[in-house]
Design a protein around this ligand. Structure first.
Ligand SMILES: [Mg+2]
Length: 369
């Protein structure tokens, strides 16, 4: 059996846990700080009950209910809590999959001694006791059904789908509850009369079979990872021009981003060094809570370090960017905007892989070419 553990309204629940005054009031978390000019990236259950959902412009949410509580997303807090929940789950020593920031899966197949229902109860109690937030758990023979099951008794519930209630559970579940069916594909099927998961099963009986999922046998250990990834360049002639220096930083950052993505890695620490013929080499670094493998973000972080190591006009001869604090990329970006940016970056990688490195590149780097 697979357990799919899904936190209920994760970002909003964390904010409520920190500030109990918010509990029970309709609350939205905005992707950006400007209350009226962003999109909802999470809504708590009282807000959902009013028809407010993530992805909705906040202006529209306020037109539904003007007294909404609002907080801007605090990604570092959510990532930290997610990491702590992961640590708690690792303690059970069962094959584990960290499938997104608020979803985890456990595989009990090789552990007949584990009772999935009582284990689910225990895990939910532990999460509540440690983080003051609730989780819903679905139990089924594969991840797809387990994920579906986790939605059946949301929030704060457990549901099991097995042979005895398979038809009943699938009849009750609308198609959009099924992973991958929330978008256009699902809408197209619905338009063709496939409205519930049971309708889908009748049309495609094999759809719900063989969804083994990806589990790490030993979630505590991770494979060999580089300590850092760096690129540097020595200019043909020492330069004073900040635009030239910055465009080189951008190009080096893009090269590092592309190498991180190739290996499915992310970095939290950015190091920039500049070599000045007159005064020698100096460098600075900063570690952020949020990991990245986006060349533009690495560049932004590196450029912020410039005033610290290049206070006065001094000629620069060589430039280096290095990314440390490396870890495996485990989940999608949290905010819609970041998700769109990720789509763009991966599309650029595809073009460059197909047509050769540098087939397409940010315009600013042409200064460095
Ligand atoms: Mg969730």
């Amino acid at each position: 059996m697979i357990l799919h553990i899904d936190m209920d309204a994760f970002f909003a629940s964390i904010e409520e846990a920190v500030n109990p005054r918010l509990k029970g009031r309709p609350l939205i978390i905005g992707a950006r700080a400007s209350r009226m000019n962003t999109v909802v990236c999470a809504a708590n259950y009282p807000a959902k009950a009013l028809g407010i959902h993530s992805g909705m412009p906040t202006r529209r949410a306020y037109s539904i209910y003007s007294k909404l509580e609002f907080l801007p997303a605090d990604q570092a807090k959510y990532i930290w809590t997610s990491g702590q929940i992961l640590e708690l789950l690792k303690g059970y020593n069962l094959p584990l999959n960290y499938s997104s920031i608020d979803e985890f899966q456990m595989d009990l197949s090789g552990y007949p001694g584990q009772n999935p229902v009582s284990l689910s109860k225990e895990i939910r109690a532990q999460i509540y006791a440690n983080f003051n937030i609730t989780a819903s758990i679905g139990i089924a023979k594969n991840w797809l059904l387990a994920k579906l099951a986790s939605k059946l008794n949301k929030p704060d519930g457990v549901a099991l789908i097995d042979d005895s209630n398979f038809e009943q559970a699938l009849r009750k579940a609308s198609l959009d509850k099924l992973s991958g069916m929330g978008g256009n594909y699902g809408r197209e099927l619905t338009a063709r009369g496939i409205k519930t998961c049971w309708d889908l099963y009748l049309n495609l009986p094999g759809f719900f079979d063989d969804k083994p999922g990806k589990f790490e046998e030993n979630p505590g250990k991770s494979g060999e990872m580089p300590k850092s990834i760096s690129h540097s360049y020595t200019l043909k002639r020492a330069s004073l021009n900040p635009e030239v220096i910055e465009s080189w930083i951008r190009l080096l950052s893009e090269m590092i981003g592309s190498r991180l993505r190739e290996q499915n890695l992310t970095s939290r620490t950015t190091h920039l060094w500049l070599d000045k013929p007159e005064t020698g080499c100096s460098g600075a670094q900063k570690t952020c809570h949020i990991e990245t493998n986006d060349g533009y973000e690495i560049y932004r972080r590196a450029v912020k370090l410039m005033p610290r190591i290049w206070p006065k006009m001094a000629k620069i001869r060589a430039i280096g960017v290095s990314c440390g604090g490396i870890s495996r990329a485990v989940y999608q970006p949290l905010l819609q905007e970041d998700l769109r940016r990720k789509g763009l970056v991966y599309a650029l990688d595809k073009i460059n892989n197909r047509f050769g490195e540098g087939a397409i590149f940010p315009a600013i780097t042409s200064l460095a070419r």
